[in-house]
Design a protein around this ligand. Structure first.
Ligand code: F6P
Length: 328
C-alpha cells in the first residue's frame, strides 16, 4: 500500500450512537497495525477548533468495545459552520501534523467534512454512526441495531401494562426525518399501527384501524409513532384525539426519548464498527478519500460523501405492507 499518511485524526460528532466507541477502537488499532499515529479529537469539530487532541495507541482503547456513548465526546458545532471556525480547525490540524480524518457521525458530520474537504482539500473518510439509519449509501448505520433492540425491549414491557389494563398506548420513538426505527421496532414488537414521517396515514385511517382492532377482539393496542410523523399531532394530541373520537378507550402515552441512544452496543453494531474502522483507515492509506464507508448487502462499499448527505435513506415499502397485514 502506498502510504503518505503518517497521522490520522478520529472524531465523533452529532448525536451519539452505540457502536461509536467500537469504531474509534477499530480506527486506533488499525492505525497501530499499520504503524500510523492516531490522535483522538475530543468534542467533534468543537474540539478540532480548540486543538483538543490526544494521541491514542492500541492500549488507549482497551475495554471500550462494549460501552455506549462515545469516550471522545460529541458536539454539534456552530463554529465549524463558519469559514473562520474551519480555518481555525485547519490550523490546528497543521499544528498537530494530522494528515487525514476519520469522521464518525451522521449527515451533519459528513456535511461539515465535505465542506472542509472542498475548502482545504483535506482527506476525510466517514463512518455512518446514528441510531436513525437515515444515511444514503449504507444499509445500516452504527447504533441502529442496538436502538431497535432497546425499543423492542421497552415496548414488550409496555405491552404487559397495555394488556393487563386493556389500554391503548402511543409510544413515541426517535426518528426526526425517517421512520426506520418506528417501522422496524413496530413490526418487531407487534404494534397495531405505525406512524412514520414518510407516509401520512391520516387520522381517520388511524381511528378506523383502532376500531377494527377492537371489533376483531383486541383488548389492548400499541401504536408506535416516529417523532417526525406527519399526522400533524404529537403523541399527546393523538391521545386526546382518540379519546375524543372513540368511545371506551383508556389511552396512555410513553415517550422513549434518549434512552434509545444509550446502552451497550449489540454484537451486530460492534462487528460492523470494527469492520468499518479498518476499512476507513485502509481507504486513507490507499490514497482515497472524501468517501463514506457503507455496508451494502453485508459488503463494505465506499460511497461519495457528497451523495451521502443528499436526502435520507428510503423506508422499506415491503415492510410497510407487512406491518399492514400483521395488524389484521
Ligand atoms: O441521533 C438522532 C436523533 O436521535 C434524532 O432522531 C432526534 O431527533 C435527535 O437525535 C435528538 O437529538 P438531540 O436531543 O441530541 O438534539
Amino acid at each position: 500500500m502506498a502510504n503518505s499518511i503518517k497521522k490520522i485524526g478520529v472524531l465523533t460528532s452529532g448525536g451519539d450512537a452505540p457502536g461509536m466507541n467500537a469504531a474509534i477502537r477499530s480506527v486506533v488499532r488499525t492505525c497501530a497495525f499499520h504503524q500510523i499515529e492516531c490522535v483522538g479529537i475530543y468534542r467533534g469539530y468543537e474540539g478540532m477548533i480548540d486543538g483538543d487532541f490526544k494521541v491514542l495507541d492500541a492500549r488507549s482503547v482497551n475495554h471500550i468495545i462494549n460501552k455506549g456513548g462515545t469516550f471522545l465526546k460529541s458536539a454539534r458545532s456552530d463554529r465549524f459552520r463558519t469559514k473562520e471556525g474551519r480555518k481555525e480547525a485547519y490550523d490546528q490540524l497543521l499544528k498537530h501534523a494530522v494528515d487525514a480524518l476519520v469522521l464518525i457521525g451522521g449527515d451533519g458530520t459528513f456535511t461539515g467534512g465535505m465542506v472542509f474537504n472542498e475548502e482545504y482539500n483535506f482527506p476525510v473518510v466517514g463512518i455512518p454512526g446514528t441510531i436513525d439509519n437515515d444515511i444514503v449509501g449504507t444499509n445500516f448505520t452504527l447504533g441502529y441495531d442496538t436502538a431497535l433492540n432497546t425499543v423492542v425491549e421497552a415496548i414488550d414491557k409496555i405491552r404487559d401494562t397495555a394488556s393487563s389494563h386493556k389500554r391503548l398506548f402511543f409510544v413515541e420513538v426517535m426518528g426526526r426525518d425517517v421512520g426506520h426505527i418506528a417501522l422496524n421496532a413496530g413490526v418487531g414488537s407487534g404494534a397495531e399501527e405505525i406512524l412514520v414521517p414518510e407516509e401520512d396515514l391520516g387520522l381517520d385511517r388511524l381511528l378506523e384501524s383502532l376500531e377494527k382492532s377492537k371489533h376483531t377482539g383486541k383488548s389492548s393496542s400499541i401504536v408506535v409513532v416516529a417523532e417526525g410523523d406527519k399526522t400533524g399531532k404529537n403523541v399527546f394530541e393523538l391521545r386526546d384525539y382518540v379519546e375524543e373520537n372513540l368511545e371506551g378507550y383508556d389511552v396512555r402515552v410513553s415517550v422513549l426519548g434518549h434512552m434509545q441512544r444509550g446502552g451497550s452496543p449489540s454484537c451486530f453494531d460492534r462487528v460492523l464498527a470494527s469492520r468499518m474502522g479498518v476499512k476507513a483507515v485502509e481507504t486513507l492509506i490507499e490514497g482515497k478519500n472524501n468517501v463514506m464507508v457503507g455496508t451494502i448487502n453485508n459488503k463494505l462499499e465506499l460511497y461519495p460523501i457528497n451523495k451521502a448527505v443528499k436526502g435520507h435513506s428510503k423506508i422499506d415499502d415491503e415492510l410497510l405492507r407487512v406491518s399492514d397485514i400483521m395488524s389484521t
